[in-house]
Design a protein around this ligand. Structure first.
Ligand SMILES: [Fe+2]
Length: 601
């Protein structure tokens, strides 16, 4: 039985397909159409998933999407009605925008119109119609049963059904999806019971995004930059942030809405085919507390660093507040974590130190793309009660290319290349890295989720302090304050880091042991931390071998791993990799067992 899951009309559009409960393929649309975080309908991802499974859409039995416009409809209408009664200006579209509708701009401002619009939004998009059109198949040929899975239920499912846990506490936390920002519950066997939620307009993700905008980082997905900036500052504005977002009993929290525009004036959003854009969320009250917003091109000062540090601390406080409540309610010590805020790897790394949780599972696509995966399992395990039989340990669910395909691309490029044996290739690459090369490493199946985990990676020597600058100057052009991350052999984590809980998807930040920091300066952030990937042989044998070989040469079982891209989405095909190699000043490119070296001049 095949189940196809889709995240569409929302950032990070993606598709996933499972066959008899096994995850066959999952990928983000941006990798195919080369538009970062793109929204719209993930037609290329769907086509890829079907071809990877070797089925046509006519043979798929269930199709689901991670949105349910009818979810919480009464709350949306009530919210709109209350605001209308209070005489808050134009309203239409706002609540709908929070639930992921296409636009959130201006509107009619009449309660009746709002209610009507919200009710209609439940019917506006017909997934079956869209899918048939996009795949150019007559609608009558689609025999699948179609499902709407509420956004946060899809998140929760993605963090539980593919986890190793029979029973676990679950938390999904993000900006908004289907009118909800935060949902928690408990998973047991084939069931997920929701225990609590926080509704629009209150959201930790919104606070983080609003502050990110205020600090002069306007793009969708820029929140990670602020997380990287935070360790340079002091949390001297923590009281201000405690005023901006307050915790309440029962694991809940509330925004001080004076600081935000999304609930009152509305914020422009676009969820079209391109990269999502979100208008200004913070209100003028931010300026009253912190002074004028920083413009993108203004220099960064202590004020920005301290705001970032305060925001990060407050996010952690609120996150732990929810998690302690969740533990209290469930008594469980295993946690499945999901939602866009689960990309805050700094917070994640501190969960084990600050809450009673002992094991944390964060699926590699913890954000919205992963809801495509959650939809599949919510249908298969949750709805159809089929047995759970899949544990997602790696992230390698994307396209792969045969040796013939890689050779054909190399021939086409006209570049000279050498071919090594299976055993030799990692030794050669390890030697290149140890010699200081900037090395493109393209192997096997592409990763699902934002992190390159050793199949679409740029790998360099972490012992060289200047590697950060070299990478930025030659390829990445990132802000100098942003850290680069390490990949380490799982069996050696304790030698280098203060915590040893596995982090196979690079979504945990731990402290590098004091005595090791000088040894691996290129991956040690200003506060002594590192966002590590723990690599085990059974999950990625070739990458494990590469790091082992590097360890044998240098005594250091760690490499610096950054995603294989310049500024665009991570490369998907050999052609993308070759283009990136040619465009940048990478020294050597490994494609499978073949290596292309940059020649002098
Ligand atoms: Fe989400």
């Amino acid at each position: 039985m095949y189940v196809l899951g889709i995240n569409a009309y929302h950032g990070d559009a993606a598709a996933a397909i499972i066959g008899d409960g096994q995850l066959v393929a999952a990928a983000e649309e941006e990798r195919f159409n080369r538009r970062k975080h793109c929204a719209g309908f993930p037609v290329e991802s769907v086509k890829y998933c079907l071809s990877a499974a070797g089925v046509s859409i006519e043979n798929v039995e269930h199709v689901g999407i991670s949105r349910d416009p009818s979810a919480h409809l009464h709350k949306k209408i009530l919210y709109a009605a209350t605001r209308a009664a209070k005489g808050v200006g134009a309203l239409a579209g706002r609540a709908a925008a929070a639930s992921g509708e296409k636009e959130g701009k201006g509107g009619r401002g009449i309660f009746g119109a709002v209610a009507e619009r919200l009710a209609n939004s439940a019917k506006v998009r017909d997934l079956k119609d869209d899918l048939a059109k996009q795949l150019d198949v007559p609608k009558s040929q689609l025999r699948a049963k179609f499902h709407n899975v509420e956004h946060h239920r899809a998140h929760l499912a993605s963090s539980f059904y593919v986890s190793p846990f029979e029973r676990a506490a679950l938390l999904s936390i993000d900006g908004f999806g289907d009118f909800i920002s935060t949902m928690w519950g408990v998973g047991q066997g084939n069931d997920i019971e929701v225990l609590g939620q926080v509704e629009y307009p209150h959201s930790t993700g919104i606070v983080y995004t609003a502050t990110t905008q205020f600090l002069g980082f306007p793009h969708y997905g820029d929140e990670g930059k602020v997380m990287g900036l935070a360790p340079y500052g002091r949390p001297r504005f923590i009281e201000e942030f405690r005023e901006i977002i307050r915790t309440e009993e029962g694991g809940r929290f509330k925004l001080n809405l004076d600081f935000f525009r999304h609930h009152a004036e509305g914020v422009e959003m676009s969820w079209d085919e391109g990269s999502p854009t979100i208008g200004r969320i913070f209100s003028d009250e931010y300026a009253r507390l912190f002074g004028p917003p920083r413009e993108k091109t203004d220099p960064l000062t202590d004020r920005e660093r301290d705001i970032a540090a305060s925001l990060q601390q407050r996010l952690e406080e609120v996150g732990f507040h929810i998690l302690r409540h969740l533990h209290e309610k469930t008594g469980l010590t295993d946690l499945g974590l999901s939602g866009g805020v689960a990309y805050n790897s700094v917070m994640n790394g501190k969960i084990l130190l600050n809450t009673p949780f002992e094991r944390v599972y964060v699926q590699p696509a913890a954000g919205d793309s992963g809801t495509a995966l959650g939809v599949c399992y919510q249908i298969y395990n949750g709805l159809l009660k089929q047995p759970r039989a899949f544990f997602m340990e790696g992230a390698y669910t994307g396209p792969e290319f045969t040796d013939e395909e890689i050779r054909a691309e190399l021939e086409l490029s006209g570049l000279a290349y050498e071919t090594y044996s299976e055993r030799e290739v990692t030794r050669r690459a390890a030697q290149d890295i140890a010699d200081g090369a900037v090395l493109g490493w393209f192997q096997g199946r592409m990763e699902f989720g934002p992190r390159a985990l050793g199949n679409r990676s740029i790998v360099v020597d972490p012992r060289r302090a200047n590697m950060k600058d070299i990478l930025n100057e030659r390829i990445k052009k990132r802000e100098p304050f942003r850290p680069f991350a390490p990949s380490i052999l799982e069996e050696r984590v304790g030698d280098y880091f203060e915590q040893t809980h596995p982090a196979p998807t690079m979504l945990m930040v731990y402290q590098v042991r004091q005595e090791r920091r000088a040894e691996v300066p290129a991956i040690t952030h200003v506060d002594g931390s590192g966002r590590l990937q723990t690599v085990s042989r059974h999950v990625n044998e070739r990458y494990h071998q590469l790091i082992s070989d590097f360890g044998e040469l240098t005594g250091v079982p760690v490499v610096l791993n950054t995603s294989f891209n310049e500024n665009e989405p991570v490369v998907c095909t050999p052609r993308h990799a070759i283009d990136c190699f040619l465009k940048t000043r990478m020294d050597v490119l490994y494609l499978g067992n073949h290596a292309v070296r940059r020649t002098a001049g």
